[in-house]
Design a protein around this ligand. Structure first.
Ligand SMILES: Cc1cc2nc3c(=O)[nH]c(=O)nc-3n(C[C@H](O)[C@H](O)[C@H](O)COP(=O)(O)OP(=O)(O)OC[C@H]3O[C@@H](n4cnc5c(N)ncnc54)[C@H](O)[C@@H]3O)c2cc1C
Length: 409
């Protein structure tokens, strides 16, 4: 059985079109990819992709998406990945995941109002789920939203959220019935980010300043009597956990980034250029063995993600596949970044121009692989979900959250 997708001549023609367009439009950036200047360039690219319908290629046209079939969406995702970018080409956690939640749970009015700016790249949305008291146990949040006329009044705190360059909207989950039954006492809000009473404070974390790979920083965000219009509640009062199950299903790997085995190709290139004992690294058997490990792990990660993207977009019933890809990707990330360091050895440490073919990237990759164990559900939590879905630890296998076939666009 061949897992690789075979592309038709028509799909390859579309790929050539996408590749040519990207070659013309993807900006040249220098230095820190997360600098203000570079971030603006990527925002602009996002708007141009959005205007073409390629920012959220498979999302419905009437809500600002491209309305393209799944195979075209895959081609675009693969071509964007060649630049080590994703869709959108900047941090937009809430739009990527939350757009699908609006499609599944929003009213028609909400879809027409909220989705086009997200799908065209006109606004940035962050997801604010984790609280100091509620990480893995998200349903235990103590952020409160009390109804007051046509508004909800929010109080609480969210941690590890957002990015470096501000947002236009914030997704959050809050208790709308503080004494209600667990999982039936929460609601899901899309909040304008500039409402009075919202305070932002930067968090210092291990992954900060991973300049070469453009990772930004996270924030603590406080809600202090923030008055949110009731029209911003999505999915019905006290139905927030059900909305979250859509959002989290996507975040747990059911249809996110496909990715590529770029890290393998990059490391192989370094091994061709660098020498040990007068011979290119790639001629040494120990390096060859490690390179094969890197290939297998990056390739399996890519294939699991590709399968999930396809399953999700073609409305297949999903089960353990999302957390399986997430868990495998997190663990493979650790091993791949370690292998990259083992392969180039002391070259990973130098910034001397003559030898620094890795451009100082190995150390940030290593740090980011450790950090990546946590967001979007920790590696442990992915295992817990897989176990429930395959009937381990529970007699009746748990069903996956309803994504309505909506990939994280
Ligand atoms: C870089 C980064 C980016 C992030 N971005 C966001 C964001 O944009 N938005 C957002 O809302 N949150 C974000 N987070 C927060 C992230 O979702 C949480 O860190 C994560 O859900 C874990 O929660 P916690 O940190 O409170 O750890 P805890 O839930 O307290 O877990 C502590 C440890 O216990 C383990 N554990 C907990 N429960 C179980 C269990 N039932 N079984 C087995 N082991 C368990 C965990 O795996 C972990 O090792 C981000 C975090 C990081 C590090």
């Amino acid at each position: 059985m061949d897992f690789e997708v075979a592309y038709s001549p028509e799909q390859e023609q579309f790929r050539a079109e996408v590749r040519a367009w990207l070659a013309e439009h993807v900006p040249q950036v220098e230095g820190d990819r997360d600098s203000d200047e570079n971030y603006e360039k990527y925002r602009q690219l996002g708007r141009e992709l959005g205007a073409k319908g390629w920012l959220r290629p498979a999302a419905p046209v009437e809500y600002g998406g491209g309305g393209l079939p799944v195979d075209h969406a895959i081609v675009i995702a693969e071509e964007v990945d060649r630049y080590d970018l994703r869709l959108p080409p900047y941090y937009d956690s809430g739009g990527t995941l939350g757009g699908a939640s609006i499609l599944v749970w929003g009213t028609e009015e909400q879809k027409r109002r909220m989705l086009p700016p997200i799908f065209r790249g006109e606004v940035v949305t962050w997801q604010l789920l984790t609280g100091p008291e509620a990480g893995s146990d998200l349903a235990g949040t103590t952020t409160d939203a009390r109804r007051d006329g046509d508004e909800y009044v929010l109080n609480g705190e969210k941690v590890f959220v957002g990015g470096s360059h501000g947002a236009d909207f914030l997704w959050t989950i809050a208790r709308t019935d503080a004494t209600g039954e667990r999982h039936r006492n929460l609601s899901w809000f899309l909040i304008p980010a500039d409402l009075p009473g919202i305070q932002y404070r930067r968090m210092e974390l291990l992954g900060d300043g991973n300049e070469g790979i453009g990772s930004g920083y996270k924030n603590t965000i406080y809600f202090d009597n923030v008055r949110v219009p009731a029209a911003q509640l999505v999915g019905g009062e006290n139905n927030g956990w059900q909305v979250a199950s859509t959002h989290l299903e996507l975040e747990h790997g059911a249809g996110g980034r496909i990715g590529s085995n770029r890290l393998f190709r990059m490391t192989r290139e370094w091994a061709r250029q660098l020498k040990r004992e007068g011979r290119p690294l790639i001629e040494h058997p120990d390096v060859q063995e490690r390179l094969v490990d890197v290939f297998v792990q990056t390739e399996v990660t890519r294939l699991l993600n590709l399968r999930n993207y396809w399953m999700n977009q073609s409305h297949q019933r999903m089960s353990y596949e999302g957390p399986q890809a997430s868990y495998y990707g997190k663990m493979a990330g650790l091993e791949v970044s370690q292998a990259m360091m083992d392969i180039i050895g002391p070259y990973a440490l130098t910034t001397d121009e003559e030898w620094d073919v890795s451009r100082g990237l190995v150390e940030p990759y290593l740090k980011s692989a450790i950090v990546a164990l946590h967001p979007g559900g920790t590696a442990d939590i992915q295992k817990v979900i897989i176990a429930r879905r395959i009937g381990v630890g529970r007699d009746i296998a748990e069903r996956a959250g309803d994504t309505g076939g909506q990939a994280a666009f």
